[in-house]
Design a protein around this ligand. Structure first.
Ligand SMILES: Cc1cc2nc3c(=O)[nH]c(=O)nc-3n(C[C@H](O)[C@H](O)[C@H](O)COP(=O)(O)O)c2cc1C
Length: 346
């Protein structure tokens, strides 16, 4: 209520990226001070054993995570558990820092509850970001989403990803290989079968013990998804994040669309992967989640974990509490004893 009535109108008067920077700066300062962090935790955090799950060997206190791109530089890490998140994916991180696309590069479409962005992986670089992540164990699992530097050609992408992952040894609880952001020229080509085979082979050969997942675009055909998922299984990766933003929109603005219009397609991708792998492969469902019902739809379709980004902008930080609370209500309504029991039961 407070967010929608007061905070959102104030934030929405500002350029979307500036508003986001403001929100992140606030998150970082609230998280740094023990008193404010505890106060946030009292108001927002939520615990219930029915929401706990062990997925790819990691224990998650609840299934709702912060999606990649929200906290690219890991500056709000201390606040995310207090807000009630069950995990946080930071990044996309590239080996070297880079400025990204020239602003403006985030656009709101308020009527559709969506965003379009073409950020181009602006971030502080792997070394600086790794230094901000405390050593393990973390309060909640911290995933590091890895992208490719713009000036690295596709033939050398594997080395670039591998070197970035190396910087997060002993810091990341899991990694996500991002080959699906639309605003890095050529990046999505890494989803082509041969290139992906080479890239995943390279990553799988690293001596990291942390699980590695692949994040895919919603614009792949089901055949292309099958190829990608086949390679994930062949190289013994831990799972798939479905999905990134979509290029399938009629808006003249260039960039990837997120939020409500992406919801159904992202769920379809989750459902398809679940069906093809017969539940063998853990899936993180992301795209257009604003409510517990949206999250539950992805869980019933096959996602063990879900993530939010655009929903945080439109619904505010209470979204995490609302989703977790609502999930318990939906589990009870349908007679499930725990989250894990509901996964893929559509
Ligand atoms: C402004 C913005 C920046 C993003 N940056 C990244 C990124 O750096 N890496 C990535 O894998 N996904 C990125 N995403 C995609 C989100 O992680 C998520 O997959 C997508 O937005 C769909 O979820 P949503 O509908 O809840 O926003 C970004 C999304 C937005 C809106």
């Amino acid at each position: 209520m407070f967010y929608k009535a007061l905070m959102r109108p104030w934030l929405f008067q500002t350029d979307p990226e500036a508003a986001h920077e403001r929100a992140l700066t606030l998150a970082a300062s609230l998280g740094r001070c023990r008193i404010t962090r505890d106060a946030v935790e009292t108001a927002f955090a939520f615990e219930d054993r029915r929401l706990r799950q062990t997925v790819f060997g990691i224990e998650f206190p609840n299934p709702v995570g912060l999606a990649a791109g929200y906290d690219k530089n890991a500056i709000g890490l201390e606040l995310w558990p207090a807000l009630g998140f069950g995990f946080a994916e930071i990044g996309s991180v590239t080996l070297c820092s880079q400025p990204g696309t020239k602003p403006p590069r985030i656009f709101r479409q308020v009527g559709q509850r969506s965003l379009i962005n073409c950020m181009g992986f602006h971030n502080d670089g792997a070394e600086a970001i790794a230094a901000r992540i405390p050593p393990q164990p973390h309060l909640i699992p911290v995933g590091v989403n890895v992208g490719k530097n713009n000036d690295v050609d596709l033939a050398h992408a594997g080395e670039n990803y591998a070197a970035t992952i190396d910087k997060f040894r002993d810091r990341a609880d899991f990694f996500v290989i991002n080959v699906s952001s639309p605003s890095t020229p050529g990046l999505r080509k890494l989803q082509d079968k041969e290139m992906l085979d080479e890239l995943l082979g390279r990553v799988a050969g690293l001596r990291t013990t942390a699980p590695v997942l692949l994040k895919i675009a919603p614009d792949l055909t089901f055949d292309q998804i099958d190829d990608a998922v086949g390679l994930v299984e062949r190289h013994k990766l831990a799972g798939v994040v479905a999905t990134n933003t979509t290029l399938d929109h009629s808006t003249p603005t260039w960039g990837g669309l997120s939020g409500a219009p992406l919801r159904a397609r992202a769920t379809e991708c989750v459902r398809h992967i679940r069906r093809q792998t017969r539940g063998r492969l853990p899936i993180v469902g992301v795209g257009g989640i604003f409510t517990a019902e949206d999250a539950y739809e992805k869980i019933r379709a096959g996602a063990c974990l879900v993530e939010v980004w655009t929903g945080m902008i439109y619904e505010g930080p209470f979204i995490v509490h609302n989703i977790n609370h609502g999930l318990l209500r939906l589990l009870a309504r349908d007679g499930f004893g725990s989250m894990a029991d509901a996964v893929g039961t559509e």
